[in-house]
Design a protein around this ligand. Structure first.
Ligand code: SIN
Ligand code: CO
Length: 384
């Protein structure tokens, strides 16, 4: 369990004063911080084809970008480069555990933990990200500079795959050491230059934009043959100006579209699925043969068995409004839940392993048994 030592600050104050507003460096935020993954293990992940990785190097003032998977790192030498690996939390349970540090923000906002290994003088250059990020300094030291949003900054493209910005005025300029935590709001220029071999853990947040939301919602309507009804106007009155699209008709057309968003039977499954679909590959472990409720009893009878969630899998619960159903969403799939299944559903949204003892007492309720077998059969949790 990772906890942030906030010093003078509280998480409430952080949200009020810094979140999406101002960058912040908390020195010694994690006491005795130990890296959940080391440089060798990270290099191993960067050799896998389903894991997204890249190396950014700056040799003789020439920026180079190479996409993984990598077979060897020898040619990059001893300095001036950074290896970045996306969604390391999908492959490293200890890296996933870092996310408990930010549980004061709903988990649906979290995207992934990107891990970078930088050699001396390595970095990706000054740039902007559109998302909030918490950067934890692991092994080694790095100089981090962060500025305020500035519309006069020039966009630079020193390589077709590398967006940077021109020099900025730093409001934070510090050397980070193991256990330091840097928070960078969206669109704040920043630059981290490694002083020695160093590892950074970046908790990135997801914030869909309207383009993504509207186009995914339209995809849902198309895929499920929904929204095919035509614009109705059975209350139409006579017009003397047929060339006009009247404001009253614009309002009706708008309402016609809005009704789709307002329809919870459409929007709830859409948003639950959208926010729990992973943006990176996951290690889904389907059972060799389907688990029946009888087989589940046998599994739970063996006290050494444990139930384990797929690392990095996204989940959330949407609680019911009056007279509506509640749902558990895991990796884009929905499970109907109610008062009796809420405790199990809550367990199923946590990244922690469950013992048979924790689960067995809940199995007297048939609905819990069905929920657990469904989740196991989809490979979102597995027996170990
Ligand atoms: C890095 O760790 O090198 C890059 C992190 C970032 O700037 O977003
Ligand atoms: Co960045």
């Amino acid at each position: 369990m990772q906890t942030i030592h906030w010093g003078e600050l509280t998480p409430e104050q952080f949200l009020k004063e810094y979140w999406q507003k101002k960058p912040l460096l908390i020195k010694g935020a994690f006491k005795d911080f130990t890296d959940p993954i080391d440089a060798n293990e990270l290099a191993g992940l960067a050799m896998e084809s389903e894991i997204e990785s890249r190396i950014i190097a700056n040799k003789n003032n020439q920026w180079q970008v190479e996409q993984g998977p990598f077979e060897s790192f020898d040619k990059f030498g001893e300095n001036n480069w950074t290896l970045l690996v996306q969604a390391v939390n999908n492959w490293s349970r200890d890296t996933q555990a870092l996310l408990t540090a930010v549980s004061f923000i709903p988990q649906w906002r979290i995207d992934d933990v990107m891990v970078s290994f930088s050699t001396p003088n390595g970095g990706v250059g000054a740039h902007l990200d559109q998302y909030d990020v918490f950067i934890i300094q692991g092994e080694g030291k790095r100089r981090w500079q962060v500025g305020a949003p500035d519309s006069s900054l020039e966009e630079l493209l020193p390589h077709p795959d590398l967006k940077q910005v021109s020099d900025f005025v730093a409001v934070i300029d510090e050397i980070t050491e193991a256990g330091d935590l840097l928070y960078i709001p969206p669109n704040h220029p920043h630059n981290g230059i490694s002083i020695e071999n160093s590892i950074n853990f970046s908790i990135g947040f997801q914030a869909p934009n309207n383009q993504e939301l509207w186009s995914s919602f339209a995809d849902k309507l198309i895929d499920e043959d929904l929204g095919e009804q035509r614009f109705p106007d059975n209350d139409r009155s006579l017009t003397t100006q047929p060339q006009l699209l009247e404001q009253s008709d614009i309002a009706k057309l708008k309402l016609f579209m809005q009704q789709q968003l307002e329809d919870d039977s459409l929007f709830t499954p859409f948003i639950g699925k959208y926010l729990t679909l992973n943006h990176h590959a996951l290690e889904i472990l389907m059972p060799v043969s389907p688990i029946t409720e009888g087989r589940l009893d046998d599994i739970l009878a063996e006290s050494e068995n444990t139930l384990v969630p797929v690392s990095g899998i996204k989940s959330l619960i949407i609680e019911n409004k009056p007279h509506q159903a509640s749902f558990l969403y895991i990796n884009g799939e929905s499970f109907l839940i109610d008062k009796e299944t809420m405790e199990l559903a809550t367990y199923l949204t946590k990244p922690h392993t469950l013992t048979t003892k924790q689960v067995k007492s809940l199995m007297t309720c048939l609905k819990n048994k069905q929920l657990l077998t469904n989740v196991l059969n989809m490979g979102f949790w597995y027996v170990a």
